[in-house]
Write a protein that binds this ligand. Structure first.
Ligand code: SF4
Length: 281
């Protein structure tokens, strides 16, 4: 694989994940993409930002990977679905960047979060990058839908300080309609994280008419509370910031008419989680 050739072309400038990004890795030969996935030395990053306060504790550097196997109806970054929409970045290059921030991140009680897309589509790259950041003394978080959680070994899990686990629905049919995929692997990963006593923050996107069934939310809350390792639950209000991406990519978008949830609805959902004994926001 022409690692050096690919990597040297990469200016790793910070960008908002809300910018539409397509085709950044389209010139990377298919054989290089396959080799990158096999070795994990190279990953495909959609965007990279500093100073985030919503992707884990403290102030964080966040890298969003490209590639996702789910098709959530409310996804606000459908341009992250395709791996070659991301820029090819080596673990070494990403670490170089992280080193610039390591002391600042410590002072601000923050760290590094790998988000996506779905980072475990590139599980070898994700594991290497998180382990290397952890070895630098940087707090590490992985934001994942959990579907490929079994791709991480127990030893690799030990290098991840916090898992931000996105739970989208409870009813299997609803989950499939919403994401296109089965809920089983995500729940299995959640149980494994609990067995291994790994810290988890649960994330739940609240969408009027789609994920606002309080009875369903209470089942998720009961499950989460029973795990014993869920330190926090974040109810994330649906928004339309990604609508233009669906339009630009010509992907049919079914939620164009859906408003953000009212504060009252958000409060009700948060209360359901709190009533289960969880630290919800
Ligand atoms: S799992 Fe995340 S990135 Fe993938 S489709 Fe769903 S919201 Fe989008």
């Amino acid at each position: 694989m022409a690692d050096q050739h690919v990597v040297q072309e990469v200016p790793l400038e910070a960008k908002s994940p809300f910018e539409l990004r397509v085709g950044l890795g389209r010139n990377v030969p298919e054989s290089d993409v396959r080799a990158a996935l096999a070795t994990g030395e190279i990953g495909f990053l959609h965007s990279f930002t500093t100073g985030s306060t919503v992707d884990g504790p403290g102030v964080r550097v966040v890298a969003w990977t490209a590639g996702c196997m789910w098709r959530c109806l409310y996804c606000h970054n459908p341009d992250t679905w395709t791996m070659t929409n991301g820029r090819a970045v080596s673990v070494a290059r990403a670490l170089e960047e992280l080193k610039k921030y390591r002391f600042g991140l410590k002072i601000m009680a923050g760290g590094f979060t790998l988000s996506g897309g779905e980072p475990l589509m590139q599980h070898r790259f994700a594991a290497k990058l998180l382990a290397a950041a952890n070895a630098l003394g940087i707090h590490t978080a992985l934001d994942s839908n959990g579907y490929y959680g079994d791709r991480l070994s127990d030893a690799q899990l030990e290098t991840i300080d916090l898992i931000l686990l996105d739970l989208k629905a409870w009813d299997p049919e609803r989950h499939r309609r919403l994401t296109g995929m089965d809920i089983g692997p995500t729940l299995a990963f959640a149980r494994r994280l609990a067995d291994r006593k790994r810290a988890v923050w649960l994330r739940y996107v609240l969408v009027p008419e789609l994920t606002d069934d309080l009875a369903e939310i209470s089942k998720i809350a009961a499950f989460a509370a029973g795990l014993g390792n869920v330190q926090r639950v974040d109810v994330l209000p649906f928004h339309q910031m990604g609508r233009f991406k669906w339009q630009a990519l010509a992907i049919p978008y079914t939620l164009a008419h859906v408003p953000p949830p009212s504060q009252e609805l958000i409060d009700r959902a948060v209360t359901v989680f709190r009533e289960a004994g969880l630290n919800a926001h």
